[in-house]
Design a protein around this ligand. Structure first.
Ligand code: T3D
Length: 258
């Protein structure tokens, strides 16, 4: 049988592909636990500088596999704490940039995964739907945290309560993604974008991600303190010296050392 998660590494880019295309990559426990493990491994692997999450076939991820729920011996709380929550924490906690490469429909927890990346790249036919209320559940896997920070409380409430589909053009306007690419060149555009990111200073990006994630919930005072501490770690790193030297020598800095 086909693995539920495909792994590929090219030019410092580790691409993790959800591979249950017949179900629009609806997530079962194998996929969720494997994905969390794969993100953690990629974060620890020195050959990897950028992590890409994407889906095989026409879907990105249709959320929880609804065929997998009945007969489960875990409560909802236990299941979220066992599967989705560690995954979202692994993505936001990773020291490396994670790209959500949304190739098609992202629904339910799949929508949360689409929002969780540090960079969100969409194919033009992609769409996002906070579908949970259709089955009388609440948005989980971080959706209640991510979406109001992007669109505000009231727009988030409406999108969740009515399970409205958001298409790529609107997603771009609303700040749910950074770029939209044509379907037929999408995978090449994602790889090219990821390679651009891979050429950036990895230590500085790791510290930037740490500072931003903390600032999402902190006061200005706390953010200023943390910046001052993390700047020391950035400034003491060889990347900083290389960046300054390259500037003076009017050349492109070489941040990608083997
Ligand atoms: O711990 C916990 O369990 C709680 C956690 C919850 C997290 C969640 O994610 S809850 C939300 C679960 N997801 C959904 O409710 C989404 C259900 N799917 C849909 O609403 C639609 O499929 C989509 C809007 C995503 C896409 O619609 P469309 O028309 O493009 O495709 P389709 O024809 O509905 O789906 C194609 C196939 O995928 C179809 O199978 P078939 O008929 O060809 O054999 C469909 O059943 C299957 N599929 C789609 N989503 C799921 C799924 N199979 C199982 N689980 C799914 N979530």
């Amino acid at each position: 049988t086909e693995p539920v998660l495909l792994t590929k590494t090219r030019a410092g880019v580790r691409t993790l592909t959800f591979n249950r295309p017949d179900k629009l990559n609806a997530a079962n426990d194998d996929l969720l636990l494997g994905l969390t493990r794969a993100v953690t491994e990629a974060d620890a692997d020195p050959a990897v500088r950028v992590i890409v999450l994407t889906g095989a076939g026409r879907g990105f991820c249709a959320g929880q596999d609804l065929g997998d729920v009945s007969g489960r011996d875990m409560t909802f709380t236990e299941h979220l704490n066992h599967t989705y929550n560690p995954l979202i924490r692994a993505i936001r906690g990773a020291g490396k940039p994670v790209i959500s490469a949304v190739n098609g429909v992202a629904a339910g927890a799949g929508a949360s995964l689409a929002l969780a990346g540090d960079v969100r790249l969409w194919a033009s036919s992609a769409l996002l739907v906070e579908v949970f209320s259709n089955i009388a559940l609440i948005p989980d896997s971080g959706s209640t945290w991510f979406l109001p920070r992007l669109v505000g409380y009231h727009r988030a409430f409406e999108l969740m309560a009515l399970a409205e589909k958001i298409r790529a053009e609107d997603a771009l306007r609303m700040g749910l993604c950074e770029h939209v690419y044509p379907d037929d060149t999408f995978r090449d555009e994602v790889q090219a974008y990821a390679e651009r990111l891979a050429a950036r200073p990895a230590n500085a990006l790791k510290l930037t991600k740490q500072a931003l994630n903390s600032a999402m919930t902190s006061s200005l005072d706390a953010a200023l303190d943390l910046e001052a501490r993390l700047q020391q770690l950035a400034g003491d790193h060889w990347e900083h010296e290389e960046g300054v030297t390259a500037f003076k020598e009017k050349r492109v800095p070489a941040f990608q050392r083997e």
